[in-house]
Design a protein around this ligand. Structure first.
Ligand code: 13P
Length: 252
């Protein structure tokens, strides 16, 4: 079963557009039995889309949340409320949030909050750039270890890791990573997870690729790269292209 996760970031700008895109994605789910689709819209649309997703196989996730369940925290999103309105997953540690100042220790606290509320974490890790000496391997394993510090050892089933090399994300990406880039890094991620959770649980954690995934390169990451799924930005707002990726994942 492959995971196809859409990170809508701060798009679209109106609930009616969100509904239209979601309906398009829903249509492409016909006959899909072997792909798990999770859409993570801006928090303002989570409740609305969770209602629309209720009788479908699509699940809804948040893109971030706060470390506390409730309180005097102006402007924050409660993990408990996310669950109450129907979300099942929360993306944490996205590089775009790390760039706004989020630290590994913030992420670790948020991970505990997500687990406490019986949601699943989609944890993003990835290096800023690649150096000749392979220092980026260390960068990613350190990031993963620090984010996991407070993660309950018996909750590996509530964890998905997405490898998103920062240099491959968005319209200013230097280049798209290759399936081989992903395969190499996923071995290191699996090893780091094994140190933390033990072999059996670590091998059940899905490791996804994210960064400029489209309908042309998706299959390569899933087949040659051996990815357990994909975390998709821009293309997840295009129901036709996302539909092609979902159908292709369904056959792998
Ligand atoms: P793009 O697919 O637009 O490069 O975004 C990747 C990403 O950041 C998903 O979380």
């Amino acid at each position: 079963m492959k995971f196809i996760i859409g990170n809508w970031k701060m798009f679209p700008a109106s609930p009616s557009e969100a509904k239209t895109i979601f309906s398009g994605i829903k249509k492409s789910m016909r006959g899909v039995t072997h792909a798990k689709v999770i859409i993570c819209p801006p928090s303002l649309y989570v409740a609305q889309l969770a209602l629309l997703a209720a009788k479908t196989k699509i699940q809804i996730g948040g893109q971030n949340c706060f470390k506390e369940d409730e309180g005097a925290y102006t402007g924050e999103t409660s993990p408990r409320a996310l669950r109450a309105v129907g979300a099942t997953h929360v993306i944490l540690g996205h590089s775009e949030r790390r760039a706004m100042g989020e630290t590994d220790s913030d992420i670790s606290e948020k991970m505990s909050a997500v687990i406490r509320n019986k949601l699943t974490v989609i944890l993003c890790v990835g290096e800023k750039a690649r150096d000749e000496h392979g220092g980026y391997f260390n960068e990613v394993s350190t990031e993963l270890r620090s984010s996991l510090l407070a993660f309950p050892k018996n909750e590996a089933k509530r964890l998905i890791v997405a490898y998103e090399p920062i240099w491959a994300i968005g319209s200013r990406a230097k280049r798209v990573a290759t399936p081989a880039d992903f395969r190499e890094m996923s071995i290191l991620i699996r090893r780091t997870l094994t140190e933390y959770f033990g072999k059996k649980d670590a091998f059940a954690v899905p490791i996804l690729y994210g960064g400029s995934v489209d309908d042309h390169n998706a299959e390569g990451f899933l087949k040659e790269g051996g990815a357990d799924g994909l975390l998709i930005g821009r293309v997840s707002l295009d129901p036709e292209k996302l539909g092609m990726i979902i159908r292709s994942a369904n056959t792998i």
